[in-house]
Ligand binder design. Structure first.
Ligand SMILES: [Zn+2]
Length: 418
């Protein structure tokens, strides 16, 4: 077994000898309309060098692929033969990735006009905690590669209801952690009296980067891959990592997740096989007065409530409240910058999932209110969002979060001293 593990590691190290470059790679988006198209695309995923950003799993799902220019003819043939209409949203993905790179050196205060590295974010949290008495940095636990998952807690009165925000569990979804940082700063520094009253009535737990190994890999310009989504654990000789948001225990492997290690939605060899997911829920268990759990993702412009593997609401006793609150959140969000979001059950509006942190927080820990945000889509219809949209995205998300609190209060949630 030991020898095998060494070989596994060696193979993966060799495979990752240089950073992935996406020069002359097109981004193509489409919707799967029928079973014939689905079958052809599944075949394409298995037998070609085409990168599917999400696996082709169901009719009616929207997908994006990244494809080398010289393989594009093959894709076009399949599209013509099956009447699949598609859109090429970029002819050179590397150009888009290069345009995200930092333009200037970091400084003490954040400008929120570029995407920061893990180290910069941790430094920011440490500085914020040093400058504000209500804030402290906490450790969630350790990752496969030995990094520490860090969060920030903001508390004025521990009897207040708690909001827990988890971001960037999918490594490549950078806007999710950028938004979490902006929210941390705003909650700590806002001087608007009405906002202050709302913010101070909550105990905040915010984990900007829940998957630090994967996130560092997306930033690694020497050996990394900007499109990496999973953890960095090694369970297989050919493919690294597990989709952490299919690895939580509640209803693990009940549909919409894969048993194949090379799939982008690989659920892992067992529930909680990943130290990141285990540590997150071990920490969450200790949080008092659990009221709202938020999962920050991108990009589909949606507010999603449980459960992910079924459209049935038998196990979602307060589904009407969740629906009312999600609607208010989407309305408040649109009012800021006119961005359209839809809301609803995840299986109904996006695709089937199981083993997500959202469903675990709701189903296992009975957190009353739980939502996933799928944030803004970029110009190529994928998760790469130009950094000049970080602030606008953050503003509308926070406005909708305030609407969740306010609407929640009218429905009897968010009372202190639970
Ligand atoms: Zn995601």
């Amino acid at each position: 077994m030991k020898v095998l593990k060494v070989i596994f590691t060696l193979a993966l190290v060799l495979a990752a000898a240089s950073a992935k470059n996406y020069k002359n790679h097109k981004v193509v988006t489409f919707k799967i309309d029928n079973d014939e198209q689905l079958k052809e695309l599944q075949e394409l995923e298995r037998n070609s060098g085409v990168t599917f950003l999400e696996p082709p799993e169901a009719v009616n799902s929207k997908l994006a692929i990244v494809i080398q220019s010289d393989l594009f003819g093959m894709f076009e043939e399949i599209a013509t033969a099956t009447n699949l209409s598609f859109k090429v949203t970029s002819d050179d993905l590397q150009k888009i990735i290069d345009s995200e790179k930092p333009k200037k050196q970091p400084k003490a205060a954040l400008d929120h006009d570029r995407y920061y590295t893990l180290e910069e974010m941790e430094e920011f949290m440490t500085e914020m905690a040093a400058a504000h008495r209500s804030a402290s940095v906490f450790n969630v636990g350790r990752t496969t590669e030995g990094r520490t998952i860090k969060g920030i807690k903001i508390a004025t009165d521990m009897s207040n209801p708690a909001i827990f925000i988890e971001a960037n569990i999918h490594a490549r979804e950078w806007i999710s952690s950028a938004t979490a940082l902006w929210i941390i700063e705003t909650v700590l520094t806002s001087t608007d009296p009405e906002s202050r009253e709302i913010f101070d009535g909550i105990t905040w737990y915010i984990v900007p980067v829940t998957n630090p190994d994967g996130f560092a890999y997306t930033h690694d310009e020497v050996n990394g891959d900007r499109l990496w989504r999973k953890t960095k654990s090694i369970h297989n000789i050919f493919c690294m990592g597990v989709d952490p948001n299919r690895n939580f225990g509640y209803n693990w492997m009940m549909g919409g997740s894969s048993a194949l290690p090379c799939s982008t939605t690989y659920a892992g060899p067992s529930a909680f096989s990943e130290p990141e997911t285990r540590a997150l829920m071990d920490y969450y268990e200790t949080v008092p007065n659990k009221m709202l759990y938020l999962c920050f993702h991108s990009a589909a412009q949606m507010i999603i409530y449980p459960l992910g593997h079924t459209m049935e609401t038998t196990d979602v006793p307060n589904v009407e409240d969740l629906d009312t609150i999600a609607e208010a959140a989407a309305v408040a969000l649109k009012a800021v910058h006119d961005t359209d979001y839809i809301y609803g059950n995840g299986y109904r509006i996006l695709y089937q999932t199981s083993g997500s942190s959202r469903d675990h927080a709701y189903g296992h820990f009975k957190t009353p209110l739980v939502f996933t945000y799928e944030m803004r889509e970029g110009p190529e219809n994928i998760f790469i969002l130009p950094p000049d949209q970080i602030i606008a995205n953050s503003e509308e998300i926070l406005a909708s979060l305030v609407a969740i609190i306010q609407t929640g209060k009218t429905l009897g949630y968010f009372n202190a001293n639970l």
